[in-house]
Design a protein around this ligand. Structure first.
Ligand SMILES: NC(=O)c1ccc[n+]([C@@H]2O[C@H](COP(=O)([O-])OP(=O)(O)OC[C@H]3O[C@@H](n4cnc5c(N)ncnc54)[C@H](OP(=O)(O)O)[C@@H]3O)[C@@H](O)[C@H]2O)c1
Length: 373
């Protein structure tokens, strides 16, 4: 076990909408059941922007940044506890989200072993780091919010009762959407309808989308309803809103969902986007969104992936076992990566925020090196 430094560089927000700063943060030795990961790569997620510009989920400043996942090398392990088979030297990715010693934009994170996944051989760290946050989001939202089954391991001859029901993935070219298509295909859901701009349709078909629609076309809602007409009641029983934009996704979806449709919406609902000059407006309670516009009996849920640990089976298996197996078997492809450059960790993190703010991210994940070394 290598000797850990006592402090490290970390990226922090000094205040809402203020430029990021570098701070010195403690490095925490591992307690029982914990591992310390020397982080090489992190991914930037829209939550980084929601935090930076909207102060979302921040209770005090300076607030350490990093919600997009981490990938690196295990450099220390707890002396006891369930380490999920991890050892010093293992390459791992992590979806660790409790902040402080788990905050992803710092050189060392100290995390419970159940929040880490051993990366299969042949998959670079910069690719692996794109996976954990939104793959876990898909498992959580599909099972907890849409109430569809994703059994593990998949029993022989198993088929979901909803296998032939339409499942609409709105925002299918987002990182969440790309994983949703792959997961639904693997678990045998055969009518996965993907909504994205048309430049991604070929790729989404290749991942398993049954039919693709272009959300930039004015008639997209009618096109979807025409496609499913006369087949099911409700016509679209399952809807995964991977975007959570009041006007960009919820409004059209409120015209598609019917009685008994289940709709899972990625929170926060973005009422107004962040711009360089203006604060964003977010809503965390979906029942406040478009009241009176949803069909009676439509079930609309806000997704909060941070609660996935309440599912004891997922807590123990999702990151340690299921994610590595899906990657090793090629069932899940990592997101395409766009490397964010900058001369320091803070500069790279700041550049990533600018790309998110200007909506430059399309069918890819922003990734960047954590250490300046
Ligand atoms: N609450 C939770 O548990 C949770 C978990 C994960 C993510 N989220 C949230 O989910 C959202 C998506 O995250 P992400 O990382 O997947 O985002 P992302 O990959 O950065 O999203 C970019 C994609 O969004 C698509 N898009 C933008 N506006 C759209 C619209 N009106 N309709 C359809 N597609 C649209 C773009 O599609 P085109 O390029 O095709 O135009 C682009 O590919 C974020 O707000 C994030 O914070 C929430």
């Amino acid at each position: 076990m290598s000797t850990l430094p006592s402090t490290q560089k970390a990226v922090a927000l000094p205040a809402k909408r203020a430029p990021l700063i570098e701070i010195s943060a403690p490095v925490y030795p591992p307690a029982a059941g914990e591992v310390v990961v020397h982080v090489q790569w992190t991914a930037s997620s829209p939550l980084d922007l929601h935090r930076a510009d909207g102060g979302l989920l921040i209770s005090s400043y300076p607030a350490q940044q990093g919600s997009g996942g981490a990938a690196g090398i295990v450099v220390a392990v707890g002396a006891s506890g369930d380490l999920k088979g991890l050892q010093v030297g293992d390459r791992v990715s992590a979806f660790a989200f409790h902040g402080g010693k788990e905050a992803n934009q710092q050189e060392y994170i100290t995390i419970p072993a159940y929040l880490a996944s051993k990366i299969p051989e042949g998959i670079p760290l910069q690719a692996a780091v794109t996976v954990p946050v939104n793959l876990i989001t898909v498992f959580h939202s599909v099972t907890a919010d849409l109430e569809l089954d994703l059994p593990w391991p998949i029993p022989q001859n198993w088929a979901s009762q909803a296998a032939t029901k339409p499942i609409l993935v709105w925002g299918a070219s987002s990182s969440v959407g790309i994983f949703a298509i792959q997961v639904l295909r693997h678990w045998g859901y055969t009518r996965v309808l993907a909504v994205s701009s048309s430049k991604h349709h070929k790729y989404l078909h290749s991942l398993g989308a049954t039919q693709c629609f272009d959300y930039t076309r004015p008639g997209v809602v009618s096109e979807i309803l025409d496609y499913v007409k006369d087949r099911d009641e409700p016509k679209v029983p399952y809807i995964l809103d991977c975007i959570g934009s009041l006007h960009g996704s919820l409004e059209p979806l409120s015209k598609i969902a019917q009685r008994d449709s289940r709709v899972a919406v990625m929170l926060p609902v973005i009422v107004k986007d962040a711009t360089e000059d203006e604060e964003p407006v977010y809503e965390m309670d979906v029942s406040n969104c478009l009241p009176g516009k949803w069909a009676d009996g439509a079930v609309v849920h806000g997704v909060r992936t941070h609660f996935y640990l309440q599912n004891e089976f997922f807590k123990e298996t999702l990151q340690p076992e299921i994610l590595p197996a899906l990657l090793a078997e090629g069932i899940i492809q990592p997101n395409n990566q766009r490397i964010v450059e900058g001369s320091t960790m803070v500069e790279r993190a700041q550049n990533a925020l600018s790309l998110l703010r200007s909506k430059a991210v399309s069918g890819e994940k922003l990734v960047y090196r954590v250490s300046d070394a």
